[in-house]
Ligand binder design. Structure first.
Ligand code: ATP
Ligand code: MG
Length: 413
């Protein structure tokens, strides 16, 4: 998990005194995908490129990592943005040197002199990617370390150095690497499937979409709103929430808006027992979602349910709700507790938006919902509503909003 604060520690700060050539982006899980590796890497590179367009970045796809070049003034923000792209294991500043031990020693001495305050210890770390290089990593570490000691008088501390100076030896070059910033991990959006997420404007559903995106799914969004019209709903916070989770991935999405009033009116005019209204509405949303998903070739529905968090999410009610869907329902948050979800929302940056007041349709539904709905009773109650007609009307009232299309991620001011 990427901790945004991580990068702003004073420890990282001083590494910015070095004028880096760019940064490396490493992936891990993508690399384990055998026959899919090439396609996954290509998707990752494409997403990264799009996510960094606003930084005038150039991305190079090399054998086992990517190299990114950005103008100096955008370096830090671009580095942090790359760490947020799904698929990234870590990013690290890099200086590209010729494949020469003398050049690496020069860089190490310069680094120590730039970074160290008095009496700080150091260590040299070397990883040999090019196994034909005529020295082992350990031989290089002690040889280079000794030369730095000779030239600076600094003390070596191999176990807990104040300044760790890292190198990687490639066949045609040496990288000097700065400290690693952990990435969000996962798989690049678009490689594992397409789903439709039910999004509410609350805290949970944006996070559930973020989590399934991190497993490589591309996500379209469906929101039922209680606004007077689609235009007002389109200007509301659901769109902002979606932008917050989708644009850092360099991908685009669709937000489908459907007014709740059609279903609400039918409920008001019906004799449906009030405690069943919530479960019926959840089933209705799923039926509409299934119709849309099938038409658009989406493979599943995502919701922000967490087991037993609220009345609609008891084991019994979830089973009754599931019964309304032919497509699989994915619930990434099923086992999360609220505190964990909030922590994640704060890290991702959706929390402040989610807690802003919003007229949510679920709040218009009966106060004391049934917590242990029985399928047979729910199906009987559902017969009191003209469900098929309501689905048709709702679909005819739907508005589609494209989000992030042709839009490069712009660096925030
Ligand atoms: P959230 O914080 O995501 O709103 P919640 O804890 O309030 O979740 P519910 O209101 O029972 O729980 O909603 C459960 C799930 O149903 C949501 O996570 C979302 O996936 C879906 N959902 C709820 N309201 C809407 C809505 N108005 N439009 C689309 N989907 C919705
Ligand atoms: Mg809600």
């Amino acid at each position: 998990m990427l901790l945004q604060e991580q990068i702003f520690t004073s420890e990282f700060d001083r590494w910015l005194k070095i004028s880096w050539d760019g940064f490396v982006v490493h992936y891990d899980e993508i690399g384990t995908k055998g026959g899919n590796r090439k396609a996954f890497t290509k998707a990752f590179c494409r997403n990264l490129q799009r996510a960094l367009i606003g930084f005038d970045a150039k991305v190079q796809n090399l054998f086992d990592h990517l190299l990114v070049f950005v103008p100096q003034d955008k370096f830090l923000e671009a580095l942090l943005s790359a760490a947020k792209v799904f698929g990234t294991a870590y990013v690290a500043p890099v200086r590209i040197l010729p494949q020469s031990v003398d050049e690496a020693i020069k860089a190490a001495v310069q680094t120590y002199n730039l970074l160290a305050s008095e009496k700080e210890t150091f260590a040299i770390r070397v990883r040999r990617v090019d196994k034909t290089f005529p020295f082992t990593s350990q031989e290089l570490e002690s040889l280079m370390g000794q030369r730095v000691v000779d030239m600076t008088g600094a003390l070596v501390n191999l176990s807990e150095p104040n300044i760790l100076i890292s190198f990687r030896i490639y066949p045609d070059r040496i990288y000097q690497m700065g400290p690693k910033i952990q990435g969000v991990g996962g798989l690049p959006v678009g490689v594992t499937g397409k789903v439709l997420a039910l999004i509410s404007g609350g805290i949970d559903s944006p996070i559930s979409a973020w989590l399934i995106m991190r497993r490589g799914c591309s996500v379209d969004f469906l929101h039922f709103h209680a606004m007077p019209n689609n235009e007002e709903a389109a200007a509301g916070k659901v769109r902002d929430l979606i932008e917050k989770i989708v644009t850092p991935q360099g991908t685009s999405t669709r937000l489908l808006l459907i007014p709740y009033h059609t279903f609400q009116l039918a409920l008001l005019m019906s004799k449906v027992p009030q405690p069943l209204e919530l479960v019926l509405f959840r089933r209705f949303m799923l039926k509409v979602a299934n119709r849309i998903a099938k038409e658009k070739g989406l493979q599943g529905i995502v919701t922000g349910d967490s087991l037993c968090q609220v009345a609609s999410q008891t084991m019994e009610n979830l089973a009754v709700i599931d019964n309304a869907s032919e497509l699989p329902i994915f619930r990434p948050l099923l086992t999360y507790d609220k505190r964990e979800i909030i922590t994640l929302a704060q890290k991702i940056g959706t929390y402040e938006l989610s807690i802003q007041p919003y007229k949510d349709c679920c709040s218009l539904i009966a106060r004391h919902p049934e917590t242990k709905a029985k399928l047979s009773e729910v199906i009987e109650a559902e017969k009191l509503l003209p469900i098929e007609r309501l689905i048709e009307i709702s679909l005819s009232e739907m508005a589609v909003l494209n989000i992030g299309e042709d839009k490069a991620r712009k660096p925030s001011p």
